[in-house]
Design a protein around this ligand. Structure first.
Ligand SMILES: [Zn+2]
Ligand SMILES: [Zn+2]
Length: 702
């Protein structure tokens, strides 16, 4: 969802900042403060972040082993268990006693395996969270001769993680490799990637990855995906290639990318296919649409697209750009559906820039503008306006600084070097000569604006003469964070202009509204249509639009991620295969990449809601009796010190459960005891507290 406006300021990109927000603490034993004390058989537990050594390698392994173990469990167990026992079942395989049940070779092999592919990008998980009873197999049949196969691998059930594969005979061309930021449904996850399994199994056919533009929902997946799809060459226009390279610097262990710059006049040969480009209007320079020539007509993917226009009449430049499609026989159009539900034409960026220019000119005190760092055109225009009115610009926020650096290096911004000053120089100038450009208009916790709003910024202290302009819409899901940001800023007396309260347009979207999309449909006049970039509902609305323009319903396919669409019979008919390319969620979770199990995500949700309750007991394997009163550790459940009665009763239940269960049992079946114990304790805790913490028994045989 966050990528609606391509907000790449949401979080530091790359690996940085990942560990800060982990809320989960899982202890094996509170005495074991150093990770090295964890016996190998306990390796399934990750230590609390603060107990990890500062140099990261260890934590990477820990996280990974944990997830690997979870994978084993759900392979073997029925996932549809009740909530508490799910957690236990994960645990049971990791605990000391489980060594008895699993062959030692297997355990050792798994660990070695974890060791060998330590680096990001090399790790391929086989299971999908969707295929709960086995591996999600790629059962798509080989492609037939002269058939065109189109597979949207991401971005058609959500906004973000855009990726599409086009396959003809012996060639595959991949368009975009984005990611999606986590949302509330995937706590702790950093990014969600398109599932590339289909491509991985056919990587020798991949001729190129062609990128439409430099937003993260189109390039974000590159560091994680390239190695898996065989490192094909990447083609894009210059700014995009610079942004890809800049990002890649944070992944120094990866193979260098083979990046080739193309311009819109180019026509390049990839395998047996020719590919051409055209300019599209978006919020970042060098956005391009892609035209793949096939024997039956062209396939067109414009990427993210809107139109420059005056009162609903596209400008001459736009007319000129789309003129070519009058001559082009377009077989298939795949188009952005993000704003299909908004009527008419979206506000052109030129209008926003004019309004911002006025505001910059007329603001007599310090002006702080919060915006997405991905809105590069606006960023360039704001800096240019500031210079025009003799103001100095302070850039705050890492992604914003990075992007300013890139456009400076590319000569895309022509301001004098002294216009941009460091934040530490801010007091050297009168306040009416200062403009601050900052990230964090979405209320992002660690971004510059939020730090200013909470008075935790070292140099920038908000005062009641400041004007703060939030030049961004609120991405769905961020409403509360933005509200908090506005409250905090208002508390310090600043004047706040938001895009809803502003009298003039101070923000516009990067994606065309219905009117613009309709205009483009009419210009391109495709034979077949596949709506992309959007949730299912948006794609359906876009399908309606195409139908209303006279396209037969059988010429339109509304895909899901992984849907295999074929154009056959010499480009005459479109089919949707019953087989799907693997499409299970692939996530970046700390240092590990893969299809993080749904059970892991569910546990995180439960931990966040009701916390956890760990029981540690030693059982005499001869008598089946508890050696001493069991230890209990809990986090996020109830405050133990004030719950002594509850604890006391819980201990009685634990002791009774264990000793009743072990009566006459020889040898002692630890798994069985744990299951019963989990059920009994969960039930008891629920009766007493109406909470369902994850109950984890750790039983040691002595
Ligand atoms: Zn974009
Ligand atoms: Zn996009």
């Amino acid at each position: 969802m966050y990528n609606r406006n391509n907000n790449n300021s949401r979080r530091p990109i790359g690996r940085g900042g990942i560990n800060n927000a982990r809320p989960i603490r899982v202890y094996v034993n509170p005495e074991n403060k150093t990770p090295n004390n964890i016996a190998p058989q306990n390796a399934g537990f990750s230590m609390p972040v603060e107990n990890r050594p500062h140099h990261a390698p260890f934590s990477a392994d820990t996280v990974r082993i944990a997830s690997g173990a979870n994978r084993r469990i759900s392979e073997q167990r029925n996932v549809n268990r009740s909530r508490p026992s799910q957690a236990t079942s994960q645990h049971s395989h990791l605990s000391p006693s489980s060594g008895r049940r699993q062959s030692p070779q297997r355990g050792a092999g798994e660990r070695r395996d974890k060791h060998s592919d330590r680096k990001i990008g090399t790790r391929v998980r086989e299971r999908s969270p969707r295929g709960e009873n086995g591996s999600e197999k790629d059962n798509v049949p080989p492609i037939e001769k002269d058939v065109i196969r189109i597979i949207p691998l991401g971005g058609v059930e959500q906004i973000g993680q855009n990726m599409t594969a086009i396959e003809i005979n012996n060639d595959i061309i991949v368009i975009d490799a984005g990611f999606q930021f986590k949302d509330e449904d995937t706590p702790g996850i950093d990014y969600i990637l398109p599932n590339t399994k289909y491509l991985e199994e056919r990587k020798q056919k991949i001729r190129a990855l062609v990128i439409t533009h430099g937003h993260l929902d189109h390039i974000g997946g590159i560091p994680y995906i390239m190695d898996r799809i065989g490192n094909p060459p990447i083609y894009s226009r210059s700014l995009t290639t610079m942004m890809i390279k800049k990002r890649q610097e944070e992944f120094s262990h990866l193979k260098p990318l083979d990046i080739k710059v193309v311009e819109k006049a180019d026509r390049i040969k990839l395998g047996n296919l020719y590919v051409k480009f055209f300019s599209v209007t978006h919020t970042i320079p060098d956005s391009m649409g892609i035209i793949i020539e096939t024997p039956f007509g062209s396939i067109i993917n414009p990427g993210d697209i809107k139109l420059d226009h005056v009162d609903g009449v596209p400008t001459e430049a736009e007319e000129k750009e789309y003129e070519r499609f009058g001559k082009e026989k377009t077989l298939l159009l795949m188009m952005d559906s993000t704003n299909i539900d908004n009527p008419g034409f979206s506000t052109p960026e030129s209008v926003v820039c004019k309004n911002l220019d006025e505001i910059i000119k007329n603001t007599k005190n310090r002006l702080i503008i919060g915006m997405f760092s991905s809105q590069i055109e606006r960023m360039i225009n704001v800096i240019t306006s500031a210079e025009k009115y003799g103001k100095k610009v302070v850039i705050e926020g890492r992604s914003m600084k990075n992007n300013v650096e890139i456009v400076k290096a590319m000569g895309m911004i022509k301001t004098k070097p002294e216009t941009i000053i460091g934040v530490e120089q801010i007091d050297n100038y009168p306040s009416d000569r200062i403009l601050v450009l900052a990230t964090g208009a979405q209320g992002d916790e660690f971004a510059a604006l939020m730090r200013m709003s909470t008075k935790s910024h070292k140099y920038l202290k908000i005062n009641n003469r400041d004007t703060i302009l939030l030049s961004a819409s609120i991405v769905p899901g961020n409403e509360r964070a933005v509200q908090k940001l506005k409250d905090n800023l208002a508390r310090q007396g600043a004047k706040i202009i938001h895009y809803r309260t502003s009298e003039v347009y101070i923000h516009s979207t990067g994606h065309g509204n219905r009117g613009e999309l309709e205009w483009i449909h009419k210009k391109i006049r495709p034979q077949f249509f596949i709506p992309i970039h959007g949730s299912h509902y948006m794609l359906r609305v876009h399908e309606e639009l195409a139908k209303s323009l006279g396209m037969p319903i059988e010429n339109i396919t509304v895909p899901d991620n992984g849907t295999v669409i074929e154009i056959r019979d010499g480009g005459k008919k479109m089919f949707r295969l019953k087989e799907k390319a693997p499409s299970g969620l692939v996530m970046v979770d700390g240092f590990s990449i893969g299809d993080v199990q749904e059970v892991v995500i569910r546990d995180r949700q439960m931990l966040a809601q009701d916390g956890m309750f760990v029981i540690i007991g030693s059982i005499n394997t001869g008598t089946g009796k508890l050696k001493k009163s069991p230890d209990i550790i809990s986090r996020g459940f109830v405050y133990l010190r004030e719950s002594q009665d509850l604890l006391q009763e819980a201990r009685v239940i634990i002791k009774k459960t264990i000793e009743d269960t072990t009566k006459g049992m020889n040898p002692i079946n630890f798994e069985y005891i744990k299951d019963i114990l989990t059920d009994n304790v969960s039930r008891f805790l629920f009766q007493q507290t109406a909470k369902r913490p994850i109950v984890i028994p750790v039983l040691l045989g002595v």
